[in-house]
Design a protein around this ligand. Structure first.
Ligand code: CP3
Length: 360
């Protein structure tokens, strides 16, 4: 029996109702009374509740505790009044389930044993997402109980290229030189690894959707560092495989490839071919350019620079209004940042942005 048929009728109604929420309608380019808003990395270090919970707890242990992870997930709804929550987890969770040792240090994620040979790649598993990462699905169900139909719950995963960067590099890096080198030294091995990651991520996102994710976002945070040919072969190709794999799952798919400004035409072609509902824009892409290239073939999400949240409030709100003006004729604009919220961001400024968008 599938997950859906096991749901009680109250739960089914709530999920059906969320189809009519502001964000989901906008992701489907349907008319809404105003622009929906949420922020990438909205559940995190700039929030006092998160800091309190995280003080006594290791990051991965927090991801694996559904009650606490749900509490962290819901904090931005209570504090900011955003139009969606994104589950508290990390893109590296499925890599651990594949058999890699993942640790979160002060400077970011590390692998205790980074991959260095074909034998290491062959030893990785394609895990059953419910058996190996069921805590993520528990977070989704627990968050739904807290949110109780107020806003949709977003699931997410890292795209294969970004996960490959971490798996091959082993430690935080700005250049991912080891991963980049392997693309040229042994591309066939990299493809074997990326096939496994793509299968893992597809099943992982399907499980999130079955557990109640109302939309999903695929993050290719390091896609922009590739040469134009490598971008097609290692970033876009695998994003496409995953998004195609989710076709028919019934929830909007958001593709966010950071640094993809020079590849927008190729992304637009893929969006057409696969029917992807929404594309996330980083802050380097001028809205006019995105609108010119994508037209209204998909929703567009973005793209206030995260640094703008440090500006004096009047200046910040003017930037918010300018961005809304730039997208005013687009049928599917979702307000977001161009990348994740930075840890020292002042909460009152984020609250002011939400109030401005809500017209309060
Ligand atoms: O968006 C949300 O609020 C949900 C939670 C979320 C986290 N990570 C929690 C987290 C999401 C969606 C992510 C995605 C993620 N993780 C990405 C893609 C998005 C992006 O920012 O490009 C990437 C590349 C990672 C990998 C990762 N995890 C890094 C590089 C780091 C350390 C540096 C940083 O930016 O925080 C993490 C740790 C991490 N993931 C924290 C949080 C709240 C900080 C942990 C802590 O120190 O308390």
């Amino acid at each position: 029996m599938g997950q859906t048929s096991r749901r009680g009728s109250g739960e089914r109604d709530r999920l059906l109702d969320l189809e009519n929420s502001l964000l989901i309608r906008k992701l489907r380019r349907q008319p809404t009374e105003r622009t929906p808003v949420w922020f990438m990395r909205q559940a995190g270090r700039y929030l006092p509740g998160y800091q309190r919970i995280r003080k006594g707890m290791n990051f991965l242990d927090l991801c694996k505790d559904p009650d606490l992870a749900a509490e962290v997930t819901v904090e931005p709804l209570e504090v900011l009044n955003v139009d969606a929550v994104i589950i508290f987890s990390d893109i590296l969770v499925p890599l651990e389930a594949m058999g890699l040792g993942v640790e979160f240090g002060d400077r970011g994620p590390c692998m205790s044993d980074p991959l260095s040979s074909r034998a290491d790649i062959d030893a990785l598993r394609v895990p059953d997402p419910v058996a190996e990462t069921g805590f993520v699905m528990d977070v989704i169900r627990t968050v739904h109980r807290h949110v109780n139909g107020r806003v949709p719950v977003l699931g997410f995963a890292g795209a294969p290229w970004t996960l490959t960067c971490y798996a091959l590099e082993g430690s935080p890096s700005r250049t991912f030189a080891a991963a980049q080198r392997m693309l040229y030294e042994s591309p066939a091995d990299v493809h074997v690894l990326m096939e496994k990651i793509a299968d893992t991520v597809t099943e992982y996102l399907k499980a999130q959707i079955a557990a109640g994710a109302n939309a999903v976002q695929l993050f290719d945070s390091w896609g922009g560092m590739l040469s134009h040919q490598a971008f097609d072969e290692f970033s876009l190709h695998y994003c496409r495989r995953i998004l195609e794999g989710l076709d028919g799952c019934g929830v909007p798919r958001i593709l966010f490839i950071r640094g993809a400004g020079s590849h927008l035409e190729k992304i637009a072609r893929m969006v057409d071919e696969v029917g992807v509902e929404a594309v996330g824009l980083d802050e380097m892409i001028p809205p006019e350019q995105a609108i010119r290239v994508f037209g209204d073939r998909c929703a567009l999400q973005g793209n206030l620079p995260p640094q703008a949240l440090f500006a004096p409030q009047e200046d910040l709100l003017q930037r918010v209004r300018n961005l809304q003006e730039a997208f005013k004729d687009h049928p599917g604009h979702v307000f977001n940042l161009g990348h994740g919220i930075l840890p020292p961001t002042p909460v009152p400024n984020v609250q002011a942005v939400v109030r401005e968008i809500r017209g309060e």
